[in-house]
Design a protein around this ligand. Structure first.
Ligand code: SAJ
Length: 403
């Protein structure tokens, strides 16, 4: 069976590679030639992905192209961002479908993996099927960046078919590499399931963030309170932080909001999480009125190199607007909107260290050396990863989000 994967991003690439090493003939398509070059040069971070992609390319089962070609099934893994009105921008999905239209023949299957608002697969199907017998299914990705390959193989999958035949054929493809269970349902339910998963996480993080704000107001350490509350067998409060980043969780809940007027809690939760960067900036202002801020961690979460929608971006923008001088450091990230410095350069003559990502490296920083380089020894930890007493031993004033 020949497959064409459209969009070789963080989901499309591993999916293409894993299907290729499992015996399918795979054409991996990305309209961005730079991305194709990166893939050929194995220029990406994710654990084990290099080995897999390299094996798939060497086997000849994976070939890379900037245009689709005739195949038996097409898997669409292109981005679905939100527009200014917080509505899903389906233009990449529509373009991808347009690009395969000339090759579609009776019995071909189109699978959508990109996150989309409920009802989208059915709508696209109606636009497409005219005269031809096309099969179509929605099969959302659910992998966690940072643990991509393992989750791609081990996680359960949901397949939502436009009809039974579509779902069954899609199932055959995923069965080749998925070790988790594969659940079959209709397309709209599958779309809703994906959005509910990420919305569940967003709303729960919002609750933790709101607890952090309330705790500061009332003089409680939120981290201690959460740890104690989580001893209850039916309580599992998530962690507060400087905001919710990544390309999924801050975006997906809006796809529900755009489709239903009943979505109230979801919208407020989004707003609470979006307010966190401003809350952090206010804390910075309360600690130092002016001077240099050293940001440690610009990735959207710990131990990944990804900065998409990272709360660090908003925080830096706001600090610059307030005329602070800002330098950033991140041991994982290679490309970022702002220049990245070595740790020493970043903390030299600084007035405050601001920890925004919980990278492993930040748990054991050389406190003494850092202290000697700084102008004022202040540290604000938004992730609760430093040992405050250790820093205080070296004369630091320590501050914690939610305390
Ligand atoms: N965060 C907190 N507090 C927490 C947990 C996370 O502030 O207790 C923040 C993180 O720092 C980060 C953001 O939330 O900025 C999102 O991180 P994440 O680890 O919760 O999620 P993602 O975006 O890396 O991946 C999610 C996953 N979804 C769920 O766990 C329900 C993943 O399984 C999905 O495949 C992925 O979104 C996606 O692509 O949709």
């Amino acid at each position: 069976m020949k497959l064409c994967i459209l969009g070789l991003g963080y989901v499309g690439l591993p999916t293409a590679a894993i299907l290729a090493v499992n015996g399918f003939h795979v054409v991996g398509v990305d309209i961005n030639r730079e991305r194709l070059k990166e893939i050929k040069n194995l220029d990406f971070e994710e654990r084990d992905l290099k080995t897999l992609v390299s094996a798939a390319l060497k086997s000849g089962h994976l070939i890379l192209k900037d245009k689709p070609e005739e195949a038996d099934a097409y898997i669409i893994c292109v981005p679905t961002p939100i527009d200014e009105k917080k509505r899903c921008d389906l233009s990449h999905v529509k373009k991808a479908i347009e690009s395969i239209k000339p090759y579609l023949k009776d019995g071909d299957l189109i699978i959508i993996e990109s996150t989309v608002p409920p009802g989208t697969t059915e709508e696209l199907y109606k636009m497409l099927s005219n005269g031809k017998k096309i099969l179509m299914a929605y099969c959302p990705e659910r992998v966690l960046p940072g643990n991509l390959l393992e989750e791609l193989i081990e996680n359960d999958r949901i397949i939502g078919g436009i009809n039974e035949e579509s779902a069954n054929l899609a199932k055959k493809i995923y069965e080749s590499f998925v070790k988790g269970k594969i659940y079959v349902t209709d397309a709209k339910t599958a779309e809703m399931v994906k959005l509910m998963e990420n919305t569940y996480r967003d709303v729960n993080i919002a609750l933790a963030n709101e607890f952090a704000k309330i705790s500061e107001e009332l003089g409680v350490n939120v981290w201690e309170a959460i740890a104690l509350a989580n001893n209850h067998p039916r309580v599992n409060i998530l962690k507060p932080g400087p905001g919710v980043g990544g390309h999924c969780i801050p975006i997906d809940p809006w796809f529900i909001v755009e489709k239903s007027r009943e979505a109230k809690l979801i919208k407020v939760a989004r707003e609470v999480n979006d307010s966190m960067p401003y809350f952090v900036v206010k804390k910075v202002k309360d600690i130092v009125e002016k001077g240099k801020i050293s940001i440690l961690g610009v990735a959207y979460k710990g131990n990944v190199d990804d900065t998409r929608e990272s709360p660090a971006i908003k925080i830096i923008e706001e600090l610059l607007k307030l005329n602070y001088s800002v330098m950033c450091h991140d041991p994982k990230v290679k490309k970022f909107k702002y220049k990245l410095y070595s740790l020493k350069e970043c903390v030299k003559d600084s007035d405050l260290i601001l920890i925004l990502s919980d990278h492993e490296e930040y748990k054991n920083l050389p406190i003494k050396e850092i202290g000697e380089l700084m102008r004022n020894k202040n540290i604000l930890d938004t992730k609760n990863i430093i040992q405050r007493e250790e820093w205080e031993k070296f004369g630091f004033k320590t501050y914690l989000l939610g305390d």
